[in-house]
Design a protein around this ligand. Structure first.
Ligand code: NDP
Length: 471
């Protein structure tokens, strides 16, 4: 099987035109017209989509239809809206530069000490998954430490020393958007040039021959500067995600300033999203084995997405609640809390079961029993045959991506906390449903290529993707 799979491996062109054989997973080799059209659409419109949402809150109290209607009916022109949009300011540029530099410093210069005193936390130098080129990268896992230090400094400076107001992020939200865009485009462009001129690992590069696809989905698999500065881990896991909870805190502080109190909906959004963010950092080592790190190349999709899309659109609920301070009835608040916590439990336990199963090579208990698995094999680009197992017990026997289902339940809870007044806070659940369904299909396509017949045996054993009996 090994030699057959290797023989069938697709050929890719390197920048010098030579065809080379790549591994059987990773991102696409060939770009169909639909992917190309979607990519060009996203490259052109994603920054405007983000701008539209943030501007709609700033100028139209978070109504998504009002700006479009105003333009359509001639009550406002694009120039009017643009004229009311705050420009980039020196203060925002300084804040943003300080923020990113501080996160770079924490990431690159402060080896993890949390794993020394937090029982059960896995940090410090850890190994990622085997790459398509057959390499195992090492990572300095210190995200929890960066999150803790940043948040302690935030509270000390904003509340004890009063060096800045806790509303500082909200107050500079649009000027900061321009800074985030500059960084997002700069890092994606740099990653593209680096992929051509000085890649960290030439074996990990993929060139489709299509400029837009290469720019969007990335060329290098694991671009690094020096031994430790890993672009994917830093941009995926630091400036945006560390900021996520600070942004929400700043929105809560703004509510307090404007209305004299913080609503229970704002507390719910802050708490549920903080659980999600803290879970990410507590499990950063596990995160090294997820699709973003194991399969995606680093391009605009990750670079710009992590700098702009994530901090601006994942925090829309908190922003909305500044303009619409929803106070939920106690039963509604409790119901939403329960939905969020059950979703989180499913998300975490599903991920945990796979991690435990893979780490112990199946020598563990899942739901009190020895787990059942399907033995499978695949071939890496260097021609070596590897063995693996697909879990069919626990949540992985319920559906093939039940972790996504839990994630979607949690996402719905954030949105429901904002009540039913507007569509804008529901963008998150709509987006996550599209993202995770697409991701599920992408992942299954890759797994089918990687494992062949073994994957078919798995899909026969676990026939549904997200919801048993439905999809
Ligand atoms: P998964 O953690 O589900 O990983 C998928 C991989 O797991 C597959 O490629 C395969 O990799 C392996 N696998 C698949 N089925 C099995 C099985 N039955 N037994 C063992 N291994 C299996 O996907 P993601 O990396 O996408 O997601 C991780 C988490 O992150 C999810 O909970 C998701 O909800 C969340 N997420 C959140 C996002 C957000 O923006 N909020 C975005 C993306 C993800 P292999 O090649 O090793 O076999």
């Amino acid at each position: 099987m090994a030699s057959k799979s290797q023989h069938n491996a697709p050929k890719v062109k390197s920048p010098n035109g030579k065809a080379g054989s790549q591994g059987q997973w990773g991102r696409a080799w060939e770009v169909d017209w639909f992917s190309l059209a979607s990519i060009i659409f996203l490259l052109l419109f994603a920054p405007f989509i983000v701008y539209y949402f943030i501007m709609a809150c700033d100028q139209y109290s978070c109504s998504l239809t009002a700006p479009a209607l105003d333009i359509a009916t001639g009550h406002a022109s694009l120039a009017d809206i643009w004229a009311k949009t705050p420009p980039v300011t020196a203060k925002a540029a300084q804040l943003y530069a300080l923020w990113v530099s501080f996160q770079v410093l924490l990431y690159s210069w402060l080896p993890d000490f949390c794993h020394r005193f937090l029982p059960g936390y896995v940090g410090g130098v850890q190994e990622g998954a085997i790459t398509p080129a057959g390499v195992v990268n090492k990572y300095e896992v210190n995200g929890l430490q960066a999150w803790l230090i940043t948040h302690i400094l935030w509270f000390v400076n904003a509340y004890l020393l009063s060096w800045f107001s806790p509303t500082i992020i909200f107050d500079n939200w649009i000027p900061l958007l321009w800074c985030a865009n500059i960084l997002g485009y700069a890092v994606s462009t740099f990653a593209m040039i680096k992929g051509y001129l000085f890649p960290t690992s030439a074996e990990g590069c993929k060139f489709t021959g299509n400029f837009f696809y290469n720019y969007m989905m990335g060329i290098e698999f694991n671009p690094r500067i020096g031994k430790w500065f890993d672009f994917k881990l830093f941009f995926n896991g630091r400036p945006g995600i560390v900021a996520w909870t600070l942004i929400n805190l700043s929105f809560a502080a703004k509510q307090q300033e404007l209305y004299g109190h913080v609503t229970n909906s704002m507390i719910l959004v802050n708490v549920l999203q903080a659980i999600y963010v803290l879970d990410f950092f507590w499990n950063e080592t596990w995160y090294l084995k997820t699709i973003d790190i194991c399969h995606d190349h680093f391009g605009w999709y990750l670079g710009w997405g992590d700098c702009v899309w994530l901090p601006y659109l994942y925090t829309l609920q908190g922003l909305y609640l500044v303009y619409h301070p929803v106070q939920l009835s106690t039963p509604n608040a409790l119901g939403i809390l329960l939905l969020g916590l059950v979703g989180y439990y499913i998300f975490r336990m599903t991920n945990h079961q796979k991690d435990l199963f893979r780490r112990t090579d199946g020598r563990c208990l899942i739901w009190g029993k020895k787990p059942k698995a399907i033995e499978c094999s695949y071939t890496s680009a260097d021609g070596l045959k590897h063995h693996s197992k697909l879990l069919v017990s626990g949540f992985w026997g319920v559906a093939r991506h039940f972790n996504y289902t839990g994630d979607l339940m949690g996402s719905l809870a954030y949105c429901l906390a904002c009540g039913g007044g507007h569509l804008l806070p529901y963008f998150y659940i709509i987006y996550m449903t599209i993202l995770l369904t697409h991701r599920c299909l992408r992942d299954e396509h890759r797994c089918a290529n990687k494992y062949g017949r073994d994957w078919e045996r798995y899909t026969a054993a676990v026939p549904y993707r997200l919801l048993p009996g439905i999809f």
